[in-house]
Design a protein around this ligand. Structure first.
Ligand code: SF4
Length: 495
């Protein structure tokens, strides 16, 4: 692809955006980089929030850049990755601020830095290269694999730290001074100085709530949708989840008025965001008022035990075409084991409510490979989905369980690619013609698990894998070379 075609494609995306603040002409330039394509990055409330806060800071301009949809095609053009607003190379910025959602985006970060003409390894970048700072949801669990590639990481909720971080960098005259200043800030991990010792996670003040996305774009996965945070955290205690109340404290609520006030007048579609957004005590009122105003509404999460006639009715009036909720454990026994609130009776009621309100489909997310899972659990899931499908068409989104740091299930092994694949095969064969099964890759879930449980060495291995083509086999080989005893049995279980 030619440079002209690339730039025209980006201009076309920018033309579709509504609400984009103008790029200020300041001497200190930051690029907010998302290590996945534009459609994903622009659906991230956290990415949009941080880009907005950086761009509002005195003396700072904030551009955006994304991993191209097809990095190989971009690479042929030999154009260094550039900022969407300025068209200037990312490497000419003073700071590259990266938001990383989860483990598999580490490879996207490597790719994006390389396309920008920067060495992926922080230790190999020069004094005139931008500082690379990271933050985002991955920092809530295990940011260690990011360590080799970044100069610093803000852990946790970054809003209160954006200003002090930028002030520290604005006042520094060298890379060393910048790192000295960052080292004095709380919740800021500097891998080259701290090694693998992580500081405590930052908790932002309530005044930042609700976060909201300034830019609405048809090019996002959540197309043309304004995103507003209805609450932060979760009041529940599912043992596999980093957002559980024991980790993050109780759920913090935005008031109805503040939520509604953050929705831009032009937005016809609204996404209400939050780990436990359906637990917001006024959620039905918020959805109803948006529906009454002619807006369609989506929620980032719906707990099945919260669904009742008023709630599902409000969602239907707000344009919902389907009802999406999570089962998580394959059987009631496993759901109890991981302290998941939803029960079989809630799912039956959800299917009935979906049918009663004319929603075309019940979509359920479920994990396979929880500790102690047997064929009987998988069969119970198949029986449940069959039962539900008599009330309403059903889709199952199936993802393997990946144990995360800082949760009670931390350190558990991956069930094994062969085990997950066998469970999926069993489920699909029992549900053929009754319910749709949409699995995520067991192989890449294993890579995610290695990184979720890993250290800077596993992060460094992703670079080796990327250099060897970036596929699953390259990752398996790179991890095998550094496998520690804890991982060997599971590596052996891989295909
Ligand atoms: S309800 Fe969801 S967000 Fe809350 S602890 Fe459970 S899995 Fe996590």
């Amino acid at each position: 692809m030619s440079e002209r075609a690339i730039r025209n494609g980006i201009r076309e995306r920018l033309r579709g955006e509504v609400g984009r603040p103008p790029l200020r002409d300041e001497r200190f330039k930051v690029v907010a980089l998302y290590p996945s394509p534009y459609a994903v990055g622009m659906s991230s409330l956290g990415f949009q929030t941080i880009a907005r806060l950086v761009g509002e800071h005195p003396g700072v301009s904030c551009d955006r850049a994304f991993l191209p949809n097809d990095p190989a095609v971009w690479r042929v053009s030999r154009v260094p990755l550039f900022g969407y607003e300025s068209g200037e190379p990312v490497r000419s910025a003073r700071v590259v601020a990266v938001s990383v959602a989860y483990e598999l985006e580490v490879q996207g970060l490597i790719e994006a830095l390389d396309l920008a003409g920067l060495e992926p390894l922080a230790a190999e970048r020069g004094p005139n290269d931008p500082l690379v700072l990271a933050g985002g949801p991955l920092t809530f669990s295990n940011p260690l694999p990011l360590g080799p590639f970044v100069d610093a990481v803000i852990l946790g909720e970054a809003e209160d730290l954006v200003g002090p971080t930028l002030d520290a960098l604005l006042g520094a005259s060298s890379r060393r001074e910048a790192l000295d200043a960052l080292e004095r800030l709380p919740s800021t991990w500097i891998p080259s100085r701290h090694g693998e010792r992580l500081p405590a996670l930052a908790v932002a003040g309530d005044s930042w709530l609700p976060a909201h996305s300034p830019i609405v774009t048809p090019g996002a996965e959540l197309a043309s949708m304004a995103l507003v945070e209805a609450e932060r955290g979760c009041s529940r205690g599912c043992t596999y989840c980093v957002m559980r109340r024991e980790n993050r404290g109780p759920m913090r609520l935005a008031t109805v008025d503040r939520i509604l006030a953050r929705i831009p007048a032009h937005a016809r579609k609204v996404g209400l965001v939050g780990a436990g957004v359906s637990d917001h005590p006024a959620i039905v009122e918020v959805v109803s008022r948006l529906a009454d105003g002619g807006r369609s509404v989506s929620l980032s999460s719906l707990r099945p035990d919260r669904l009742d006639d008023a709630f599902v009715g409000a969602l239907a009036r707000a344009g919902a075409q389907s009802l999406t909720t999570a089962v998580d454990g394959a059987s009631e026994r496993l759901r109890l084991q991981v302290k998941r609130g939803g029960k079989t009776e809630h799912l039956r009621r959800a299917a009935e409510l979906a049918r009663a309100h004319g929603l075309g489909r019940l979509k359920l997310y479920v994990m396979l490979g929880l500790p102690g899972e047997t064929d009987d659990d998988v069969d119970e899931l198949a029986d449940l989905a069959t039962d539900l499908s008599r009330r309403c068409p059903v889709s199952l989104g199936v993802a393997p369980f990946v144990s995360k740091r800082g949760t009670p299930l931390d350190g558990l092994p991956f069930a094994g690619i062969a085990t997950i694949t066998a469970g999926l095969r069993r489920l699909k064969s029992r549900l053929r013609g009754r319910a749709e099964v949409r699995p995520t890759s067991a192989r890449w879930a294993w890579v995610e698990w290695v990184l979720a449980q890993g250290t800077m060495s596993e992060g460094r291995a992703v670079l080796d894998a990327w250099r060897a083509g970036g596929g699953f086999a390259a990752h398996r080989e790179a991890f095998r070379r550094i496998a520690r005893p804890r991982q060997r049995p599971v590596l052996g279980a891989s295909p």
